[in-house]
Design a protein around this ligand. Structure first.
Ligand code: BMA
Length: 327
Protein backbone atom coordinates (compact mmCIF):
# COMPACT_ATOMS: atom_id res chain seq x y z
CA UNK A 1 0.00 0.00 0.00
CA UNK A 2 1.18 3.53 -0.73
CA UNK A 3 2.66 5.35 2.22
CA UNK A 4 0.15 8.22 1.91
CA UNK A 5 -2.81 5.85 1.95
CA UNK A 6 -1.44 4.17 5.02
CA UNK A 7 -0.98 7.55 6.63
CA UNK A 8 -4.60 8.48 5.94
CA UNK A 9 -5.89 5.38 7.67
CA UNK A 10 -3.41 5.55 10.50
CA UNK A 11 -4.95 6.60 13.78
CA UNK A 12 -2.59 8.72 15.80
CA UNK A 13 -1.16 6.60 18.54
CA UNK A 14 1.44 8.68 20.27
CA UNK A 15 1.02 12.07 21.89
CA UNK A 16 4.22 13.42 20.37
CA UNK A 17 2.99 13.04 16.79
CA UNK A 18 2.50 16.74 16.12
CA UNK A 19 4.67 16.57 13.02
CA UNK A 20 6.14 13.13 12.42
CA UNK A 21 3.89 10.07 12.28
CA UNK A 22 5.45 6.71 12.98
CA UNK A 23 4.99 4.09 10.27
CA UNK A 24 2.57 1.51 11.60
CA UNK A 25 4.76 -1.39 10.43
CA UNK A 26 7.71 -0.19 12.54
CA UNK A 27 10.36 -1.28 13.09
CA UNK A 28 11.11 -1.58 9.37
CA UNK A 29 14.52 -3.23 9.80
CA UNK A 30 15.62 -5.62 12.55
CA UNK A 31 18.70 -7.76 13.13
CA UNK A 32 16.92 -11.02 12.18
CA UNK A 33 16.67 -9.72 8.58
CA UNK A 34 20.45 -9.51 8.32
CA UNK A 35 22.25 -11.91 5.96
CA UNK A 36 25.04 -12.54 8.48
CA UNK A 37 25.07 -12.79 12.29
CA UNK A 38 24.92 -9.44 14.08
CA UNK A 39 23.81 -8.00 17.38
CA UNK A 40 21.88 -4.91 16.30
CA UNK A 41 21.12 -2.69 13.28
CA UNK A 42 20.36 0.98 13.98
CA UNK A 43 21.15 4.70 13.41
CA UNK A 44 21.12 4.70 9.57
CA UNK A 45 21.95 7.49 7.15
CA UNK A 46 19.77 7.74 4.03
CA UNK A 47 20.03 8.73 0.38
CA UNK A 48 17.83 8.53 -2.72
CA UNK A 49 19.98 6.89 -5.40
CA UNK A 50 18.60 6.17 -8.90
CA UNK A 51 15.06 6.05 -7.58
CA UNK A 52 15.91 3.71 -4.72
CA UNK A 53 16.17 4.44 -1.02
CA UNK A 54 19.62 3.55 0.25
CA UNK A 55 20.15 3.22 3.96
CA UNK A 56 23.67 3.02 5.32
CA UNK A 57 22.97 1.25 8.56
CA UNK A 58 25.16 0.96 11.61
CA UNK A 59 25.64 -2.68 12.52
CA UNK A 60 26.99 -3.71 15.87
CA UNK A 61 28.54 -7.17 15.84
CA UNK A 62 28.36 -9.61 18.71
CA UNK A 63 31.69 -8.39 20.06
CA UNK A 64 30.58 -4.74 20.22
CA UNK A 65 32.40 -3.28 17.20
CA UNK A 66 30.31 -1.41 14.63
CA UNK A 67 30.53 -1.26 10.84
CA UNK A 68 28.22 0.12 8.12
CA UNK A 69 26.14 -1.87 5.65
CA UNK A 70 23.93 -0.79 2.75
CA UNK A 71 20.24 -1.74 2.52
CA UNK A 72 18.24 -0.77 -0.57
CA UNK A 73 14.48 -0.55 -1.12
CA UNK A 74 12.30 0.63 -4.01
CA UNK A 75 9.64 2.24 -1.82
CA UNK A 76 11.79 3.09 1.20
CA UNK A 77 9.55 1.02 3.43
CA UNK A 78 9.98 -2.68 2.75
CA UNK A 79 11.57 -5.38 0.61
CA UNK A 80 15.06 -4.36 1.70
CA UNK A 81 17.97 -5.79 -0.28
CA UNK A 82 20.86 -5.95 2.13
CA UNK A 83 24.53 -6.26 1.15
CA UNK A 84 25.73 -9.80 1.88
CA UNK A 85 28.76 -8.58 3.85
CA UNK A 86 29.80 -5.27 5.53
CA UNK A 87 29.87 -2.38 3.03
CA UNK A 88 32.28 -0.17 5.01
CA UNK A 89 34.36 -1.89 7.66
CA UNK A 90 36.78 -0.54 10.21
CA UNK A 91 40.32 -0.92 8.85
CA UNK A 92 42.58 -0.41 11.87
CA UNK A 93 45.72 -1.30 9.88
CA UNK A 94 45.19 1.56 7.42
CA UNK A 95 43.09 3.69 9.73
CA UNK A 96 44.17 3.24 13.36
CA UNK A 97 41.48 5.73 14.38
CA UNK A 98 38.89 3.05 13.48
CA UNK A 99 40.19 0.47 15.94
CA UNK A 100 37.01 0.42 18.06
CA UNK A 101 34.61 0.62 15.13
CA UNK A 102 32.82 3.05 12.83
CA UNK A 103 29.42 4.45 13.76
CA UNK A 104 26.48 6.78 13.09
CA UNK A 105 26.91 7.94 9.45
CA UNK A 106 25.29 10.95 7.78
CA UNK A 107 25.13 11.34 3.99
CA UNK A 108 25.22 14.56 1.97
CA UNK A 109 25.02 14.84 -1.83
CA UNK A 110 27.71 17.28 -3.03
CA UNK A 111 26.40 18.46 -6.38
CA UNK A 112 29.61 20.36 -7.18
CA UNK A 113 31.67 17.17 -6.90
CA UNK A 114 28.89 14.80 -8.05
CA UNK A 115 29.66 12.65 -5.01
CA UNK A 116 27.95 11.39 -1.91
CA UNK A 117 29.91 12.42 1.17
CA UNK A 118 29.61 10.19 4.22
CA UNK A 119 30.61 11.60 7.58
CA UNK A 120 30.87 8.99 10.33
CA UNK A 121 32.31 8.43 13.75
CA UNK A 122 35.68 6.70 13.78
CA UNK A 123 35.96 5.28 17.24
CA UNK A 124 39.61 5.41 18.20
CA UNK A 125 41.26 4.12 21.35
CA UNK A 126 41.39 7.70 22.57
CA UNK A 127 37.80 8.61 21.74
CA UNK A 128 35.64 9.42 18.73
CA UNK A 129 36.66 11.44 15.68
CA UNK A 130 34.77 12.56 12.58
CA UNK A 131 35.90 10.74 9.41
CA UNK A 132 34.91 11.30 5.80
CA UNK A 133 34.31 8.82 2.97
CA UNK A 134 32.91 9.38 -0.51
CA UNK A 135 31.03 7.21 -2.97
CA UNK A 136 29.32 7.48 -6.35
CA UNK A 137 27.16 4.38 -6.10
CA UNK A 138 27.21 2.95 -2.55
CA UNK A 139 29.10 -0.03 -3.94
CA UNK A 140 32.66 1.24 -3.68
CA UNK A 141 33.80 3.78 -1.13
CA UNK A 142 36.86 5.98 -0.75
CA UNK A 143 37.97 6.70 2.80
CA UNK A 144 39.55 10.12 3.33
CA UNK A 145 40.32 9.65 7.01
CA UNK A 146 39.59 11.89 9.99
CA UNK A 147 38.77 15.51 9.22
CA UNK A 148 38.24 16.85 12.73
CA UNK A 149 40.15 16.27 15.94
CA UNK A 150 39.25 14.11 18.91
CA UNK A 151 36.86 14.19 20.67
CA UNK A 152 34.16 14.97 18.14
CA UNK A 153 31.17 13.27 16.48
CA UNK A 154 27.65 13.85 15.10
CA UNK A 155 28.85 15.69 12.00
CA UNK A 156 26.97 16.49 8.79
CA UNK A 157 28.12 18.48 5.77
CA UNK A 158 26.12 21.16 4.00
CA UNK A 159 25.42 20.16 0.39
CA UNK A 160 27.04 23.24 -1.12
CA UNK A 161 29.68 25.81 -0.32
CA UNK A 162 28.69 28.77 1.81
CA UNK A 163 30.55 31.93 0.75
CA UNK A 164 33.04 29.80 -1.16
CA UNK A 165 33.78 27.29 1.60
CA UNK A 166 32.41 23.92 2.61
CA UNK A 167 30.62 23.96 5.95
CA UNK A 168 30.07 21.25 8.54
CA UNK A 169 28.08 21.03 11.75
CA UNK A 170 29.68 18.88 14.43
CA UNK A 171 29.72 18.24 18.15
CA UNK A 172 33.01 18.29 20.03
CA UNK A 173 32.81 16.94 23.55
CA UNK A 174 35.80 18.36 25.25
CA UNK A 175 34.81 18.28 28.87
CA UNK A 176 32.21 15.83 30.22
CA UNK A 177 31.49 18.24 33.06
CA UNK A 178 30.19 20.83 30.58
CA UNK A 179 27.18 20.43 28.23
CA UNK A 180 28.15 19.60 24.63
CA UNK A 181 27.14 22.29 22.14
CA UNK A 182 26.81 22.28 18.37
CA UNK A 183 29.64 23.82 16.36
CA UNK A 184 30.19 24.85 12.75
CA UNK A 185 33.48 24.85 10.86
CA UNK A 186 34.62 25.71 7.34
CA UNK A 187 37.01 24.31 4.77
CA UNK A 188 38.28 25.25 1.31
CA UNK A 189 38.87 21.61 0.33
CA UNK A 190 36.94 19.28 2.73
CA UNK A 191 40.28 18.40 4.35
CA UNK A 192 41.50 21.43 6.27
CA UNK A 193 38.92 22.79 8.67
CA UNK A 194 38.93 25.99 10.69
CA UNK A 195 37.01 29.04 11.93
CA UNK A 196 35.40 26.76 14.53
CA UNK A 197 32.45 28.35 16.28
CA UNK A 198 29.59 27.38 18.55
CA UNK A 199 26.29 27.87 16.76
CA UNK A 200 23.78 26.33 19.17
CA UNK A 201 24.18 25.67 22.87
CA UNK A 202 22.73 22.88 24.95
CA UNK A 203 20.07 24.35 27.18
CA UNK A 204 20.47 24.24 30.89
CA UNK A 205 19.39 21.98 33.74
CA UNK A 206 16.68 19.42 33.08
CA UNK A 207 15.83 20.72 29.61
CA UNK A 208 15.25 17.92 27.09
CA UNK A 209 18.36 19.17 25.28
CA UNK A 210 20.25 20.24 28.40
CA UNK A 211 23.19 17.81 28.30
CA UNK A 212 24.22 17.28 24.66
CA UNK A 213 23.16 18.27 21.18
CA UNK A 214 23.91 16.64 17.84
CA UNK A 215 22.76 17.25 14.29
CA UNK A 216 20.56 14.46 12.94
CA UNK A 217 20.75 14.11 9.11
CA UNK A 218 22.28 16.72 6.78
CA UNK A 219 20.58 20.15 6.70
CA UNK A 220 17.95 20.62 3.97
CA UNK A 221 17.94 23.89 2.03
CA UNK A 222 14.50 25.54 1.92
CA UNK A 223 13.44 29.05 0.84
CA UNK A 224 12.99 29.86 4.54
CA UNK A 225 16.45 28.75 5.61
CA UNK A 226 18.40 25.56 6.32
CA UNK A 227 16.17 23.07 8.07
CA UNK A 228 18.01 21.22 10.78
CA UNK A 229 16.82 18.30 12.84
CA UNK A 230 18.85 17.68 15.97
CA UNK A 231 18.92 15.32 18.90
CA UNK A 232 18.93 16.61 22.41
CA UNK A 233 20.02 14.55 25.37
CA UNK A 234 18.79 14.80 28.90
CA UNK A 235 20.74 12.96 31.57
CA UNK A 236 18.70 11.42 34.36
CA UNK A 237 19.56 9.16 37.29
CA UNK A 238 18.06 6.42 35.10
CA UNK A 239 20.25 7.12 32.07
CA UNK A 240 20.07 9.34 28.99
CA UNK A 241 16.94 10.21 26.98
CA UNK A 242 17.55 10.95 23.26
CA UNK A 243 14.85 13.16 21.75
CA UNK A 244 14.48 15.18 18.57
CA UNK A 245 14.02 18.89 17.97
CA UNK A 246 14.08 21.30 15.04
CA UNK A 247 15.96 24.45 14.12
CA UNK A 248 16.09 26.83 11.17
CA UNK A 249 19.42 28.35 10.17
CA UNK A 250 19.92 31.49 8.12
CA UNK A 251 20.32 30.65 4.43
CA UNK A 252 23.36 32.86 3.80
CA UNK A 253 24.86 32.85 7.28
CA UNK A 254 23.91 29.40 8.62
CA UNK A 255 25.84 29.92 11.84
CA UNK A 256 22.87 32.14 12.78
CA UNK A 257 20.04 30.09 14.29
CA UNK A 258 16.82 31.88 13.28
CA UNK A 259 14.36 29.58 15.06
CA UNK A 260 14.66 26.70 17.48
CA UNK A 261 11.90 24.47 18.80
CA UNK A 262 11.40 25.08 22.50
CA UNK A 263 10.03 21.57 23.06
CA UNK A 264 11.10 18.29 21.55
CA UNK A 265 9.09 17.15 18.53
CA UNK A 266 9.68 13.41 19.03
CA UNK A 267 10.36 11.52 22.24
CA UNK A 268 10.78 7.77 22.80
CA UNK A 269 7.27 6.36 23.27
CA UNK A 270 6.95 3.32 20.99
CA UNK A 271 8.04 -0.05 22.44
CA UNK A 272 10.92 -0.29 19.95
CA UNK A 273 12.22 3.11 21.14
CA UNK A 274 11.84 2.33 24.83
CA UNK A 275 13.26 -1.17 24.91
CA UNK A 276 16.44 -2.52 23.40
CA UNK A 277 20.15 -2.46 24.06
CA UNK A 278 19.88 1.20 25.08
CA UNK A 279 16.28 2.14 25.88
CA UNK A 280 14.79 5.64 25.57
CA UNK A 281 16.68 6.46 22.40
CA UNK A 282 15.52 7.95 19.11
CA UNK A 283 18.62 8.61 17.01
CA UNK A 284 17.94 9.89 13.50
CA UNK A 285 20.73 9.99 10.92
CA UNK A 286 18.78 9.91 7.65
CA UNK A 287 15.93 11.68 5.93
CA UNK A 288 14.66 11.84 2.38
CA UNK A 289 12.62 14.76 1.13
CA UNK A 290 10.25 13.55 -1.57
CA UNK A 291 9.63 16.91 -3.25
CA UNK A 292 6.86 15.57 -5.52
CA UNK A 293 4.79 14.36 -2.60
CA UNK A 294 5.95 17.07 -0.20
CA UNK A 295 6.80 14.37 2.34
CA UNK A 296 9.87 13.90 4.49
CA UNK A 297 10.74 10.31 5.39
CA UNK A 298 12.80 10.12 8.55
CA UNK A 299 14.86 7.00 9.26
CA UNK A 300 16.02 6.49 12.80
CA UNK A 301 17.45 4.02 15.24
CA UNK A 302 15.17 2.82 18.02
CA UNK A 303 16.82 1.98 21.36
CA UNK A 304 20.14 1.22 19.59
CA UNK A 305 18.50 -1.98 18.32
CA UNK A 306 16.38 -1.48 15.18
CA UNK A 307 15.50 0.95 12.38
CA UNK A 308 12.17 2.77 12.27
CA UNK A 309 10.47 5.20 9.88
CA UNK A 310 8.37 8.30 10.52
CA UNK A 311 6.93 10.75 7.99
CA UNK A 312 5.86 14.39 7.96
CA UNK A 313 4.71 16.96 5.44
CA UNK A 314 7.45 19.47 4.66
CA UNK A 315 4.92 22.34 4.73
CA UNK A 316 3.85 21.37 8.27
CA UNK A 317 7.47 21.21 9.42
CA UNK A 318 8.20 24.66 8.00
CA UNK A 319 4.99 26.17 9.40
CA UNK A 320 5.90 24.74 12.80
CA UNK A 321 9.49 25.91 12.92
CA UNK A 322 8.63 29.38 11.64
CA UNK A 323 6.37 29.82 14.70
CA UNK A 324 9.08 28.68 17.11
CA UNK A 325 11.03 31.15 19.24
CA UNK A 326 14.08 32.92 17.90
CA UNK A 327 17.16 30.71 18.20
C1 BMA B 1 25.44 8.14 21.39
C2 BMA B 1 25.90 7.41 20.14
C3 BMA B 1 24.72 6.82 19.42
C4 BMA B 1 23.77 6.08 20.32
C5 BMA B 1 23.43 6.94 21.54
C6 BMA B 1 22.54 6.21 22.53
O1 BMA B 1 26.53 8.55 22.15
O2 BMA B 1 26.78 6.39 20.50
O3 BMA B 1 25.20 5.92 18.47
O4 BMA B 1 22.59 5.78 19.61
O5 BMA B 1 24.62 7.32 22.18
O6 BMA B 1 23.17 5.07 23.04
Amino acid sequence: MELMEQKKTLKKQYHDEILFTRYKGNPIITSDMWPYPINTVFNPAAAEVNGETVLLARIEDKFGISHLTVARSKDGIGDWKIDKSPSIEPEPDKHPEEELGIEDPRITWLEELKLWAITYTAYSKDGPLVSLATTKDFKTFKKLGPILRQIDKDAALFPRRINGRWAIIHRPYLNPAVPAHMWMSFSPDLKHWGDFQIIMRARKGNAWDGAKLGICPEPIETPDGWLMLYHGVRETCYGSIYRIGLALLDLDEPWKVIRRSKDWIMTPLAPYELLGDVGNVIFAGGWIYDKKKGIVRLYYGGADTCIALATAQMKDILNYIKKCPKG
